[in-house]
Design a protein around this ligand. Structure first.
Ligand code: NI
Length: 166
């Protein structure tokens, strides 16, 4: 198990276009394991490779229903809209209100290079959108409606409730 250092906002690596993964090898499997370990250690619900300084199109997500690994993910369909709170492990101590599609379908590859499609709604759809944005150098702060401050009347105090970060 290897915990990698999480890159924080201000670092150029978070602003790059990530490269397509072409080799489904041992190196990829080690990175996936490290990314999952790093996400769990930080109590996050998602992590994208650029957040550990690797500019490749790889994300891991676990909103409590098990680990999902997605290589070269692409959003191929969206439906509806949801507005809610969002945080990011690369933007520590902050959160914001972000509007996202309510349903998304993602085409991706697994660690063996096999292709899949997954349709998600609500919080999982939000997590997919957030992580895939990371692969294109976009952070939630770029598209948030507003910052959530302590004592926010709508989303409560972020001091008491552990924010879910991605
Ligand atoms: Ni994030």
């Amino acid at each position: 198990m290897a915990i990698r250092k999480i890159v924080e906002i201000g670092d150029e690596k978070l602003r790059k276009q990530c490269k397509t993964v072409e080799k489904f090898d041992l190196r990829l499997r080690i990175l996936l394991k490290d990314m999952a370990d790093t996400m769990y250690k930080a109590n996050g619900v998602g992590l994208a490779a650029p957040q550990v300084g690797i500019l490749k199109r790889i994300v891991v997500v676990d909103i409590g229903d098990g680990l999902i690994e997605m290589i070269n993910p692409e959003i191929i369909h969206t439906e509806g809209e949801q507005t809610g709170p969002e945080g990011c492990l690369s933007v520590p101590g902050r959160s914001g209100v972000v509007t996202r599609p309510n349903i998304v379908t993602v085409r991706y590859q697994d660690r063996n290079g096999d292709e899949y499609e997954a349709t998600a709604e609500e919080f999982l759809a939000r997590a997919f959108c957030h992580e895939i944005d990371h692969l294109n150098g976009t952070l939630y702060v770029d598209k948030m409606d507003r910052e959530i401050l302590p004592g926010d009347p709508e989303y409560g105090s972020s001091d008491e409730d552990e924010e879910e970060e991605e």
